[in-house]
Design a protein around this ligand. Structure first.
Ligand SMILES: Cc1cc2nc3c(=O)[nH]c(=O)nc-3n(C[C@H](O)[C@H](O)[C@H](O)COP(=O)(O)OP(=O)(O)OC[C@H]3O[C@@H](n4cnc5c(N)ncnc54)[C@H](O)[C@@H]3O)c2cc1C
Length: 282
C-alpha cells in the first residue's frame, strides 16, 4: 500500500473510532400515535409488541441499534392529545397539556424489526413485573392499545467498520445485539458477549461467520456477575470499536476493563446504561 493510501486509511479509521462513542444525530424528530397490532411472548422474559402507524412507512432508522421512546398513557388514563411536533425535541416528557399525574410515561426501547411496507415495527421488551411503567404497560398491552412513538437515534455505525470489535450487553441489549449481528459488516471480527438470566431466555440469535458469540447465564446473581468475568477471561485483541449496553454498573465495569486493561481507546467505546438497578431509568 502506498504512503498516501496508508495515511488516508489511518485518517478514516481515526474518524470512525472518534465517532463510534457518540450516537448519530437525527436531523428532525417526530412524535406520532401508534397502535398495537400484535403481542406475543418470544421468550420467558421477553414480550414482543408490534406497533403500527402510517408514519412508520417513511421512518428511517439510522443504524441497527435504533431506539425510540415508547410514550405510554399513565396508569388508568387514555393517551392524551399529542403536543405540537417539535423537530428539535428528542423527548416529549412533561410536554402534554394535562396535569402532572396524567403525564404519559416514556421509556426507551430498540426497534427489533421495521417493516416500512406495512408501517410496522416490532419491539422486544424484557418484562419485570409492575416495578416500572414500561414493563407494566407492555405486560397489559393488547391488540388495539394506543401509545406514541418518539423518534430516537442509533449509535452503531456499519459504514467503514472493520477490524476487531467488542459487543457486550445483557438481556435488554438482546434486541440491539441481534440487529447488529444481522447487519454486521463482513470486515468486522465481532467478539460478542451476552449475559442473560437463563439461556432459555434467548430467542435464536443471528450468527454471522465473523462473530464469536458467548452467552453467559447469571441465574439469580447480580447484573454483570457473569458478563464481566466472561469478558475478563477472554483473550481479546485491542478493539477498533466497542459497543456496550445493559445495566448501568455493568456497562461501566466493562468499559473500564476494555479501556484500562485491554487498551481500547475511550473515544472508540460506545456505552449506554439501558437500565439502573434499583432506580427508574426514565
Ligand atoms: C437506548 C435504549 C434502548 C433500550 N432497548 C431496550 C429493548 O429493546 N428491550 C428492553 O427490554 N429494554 C430496553 N432498554 C431498557 C429499558 O428502557 C429499561 O429497562 C427501562 O428501565 C424499563 O423501564 P421500566 O418502566 O420497566 O422500569 P423503570 O421505571 O425504569 O425502573 C423501575 C425498576 O425496575 C428495575 N428495572 C428496569 N429494567 C429492568 C430490567 N430489564 N430487569 C429487571 N429490573 C429492571 C429498575 O432497576 C427499577 O428498580 C433500552 C434502554 C435504552 C436507553
Amino acid at each position: 500500500m502506498s504512503r498516501a493510501l496508508r495515511v488516508r486509511d489511518t485518517l478514516i479509521r481515526a474518524a470512525y473510532a472518534r465517532s463510534m462513542s457518540m450516537p448519530i444525530e437525527r436531523e428532525a424528530h417526530q412524535l406520532f400515535r401508534v397502535t398495537v397490532t400484535a403481542a406475543e411472548q418470544v421468550s420467558p422474559i421477553m414480550r414482543r409488541l408490534t406497533l403500527r402507524a402510517p408514519e412508520l412507512a417513511d421512518y428511517q432508522p439510522l443504524g441497527p441499534d435504533e431506539y425510540f421512546g415508547l410514550v405510554m398513557p399513565a396508569a388508568g388514563q387514555d393517551l392524551p392529545a399529542l403536543p405540537e411536533a417539535d423537530p428539535d425535541r428528542a423527548t416529549p416528557r412533561g410536554s402534554f397539556d394535562v396535569p402532572d399525574e396524567q403525564q404519559p410515561d416514556v421509556r426507551w426501547y430498540t426497534i427489533r424489526a421495521h417493516r416500512p411496507e406495512v408501517g410496522e415495527v416490532d419491539v422486544d421488551v424484557v418484562t419485570h413485573g409492575d416495578a416500572g411503567p414500561g414493563s407494566a404497560w407492555v405486560l397489559r398491552a393488547e391488540v388495539g392499545s394506543q401509545a406514541a412513538f418518539q423518534t430516537g437515534t442509533a449509535a452503531y455505525r456499519t459504514e467503514q467498520a472493520s477490524g476487531a470489535q467488542v459487543i457486550a450487553g445483557d438481556e435488554t441489549a438482546l434486541p440491539a445485539i441481534s440487529r447488529i449481528l444481522e447487519e454486521l459488516p463482513a470486515t468486522v471480527e465481532a467478539h460478542v458477549f451476552l449475559e442473560v438470566p437463563a439461556v432459555t431466555d434467548v430467542p435464536p440469535l443471528p450468527s454471522p461467520r465473523s462473530a464469536m458469540i458467548t452467552v453467559v447465564e447469571r441465574g439469580t446473581g447480580l447484573p454483570g456477575s457473569a458478563l464481566v468475568p466472561a469478558i475478563e477471561a477472554a483473550s481479546l485483541p485491542i478493539p477498533t470499536a466497542s459497543w456496550i449496553a445493559g445495566e448501568k454498573a455493568t456497562v461501566a465495569a466493562v468499559r473500564r476493563y476494555l479501556t484500562s486493561e485491554i487498551g481500547a481507546a475511550k473515544r472508540a467505546v460506545y456505552f449506554c446504561p439501558y437500565w439502573i438497578l434499583g432506580k427508574p431509568r426514565g
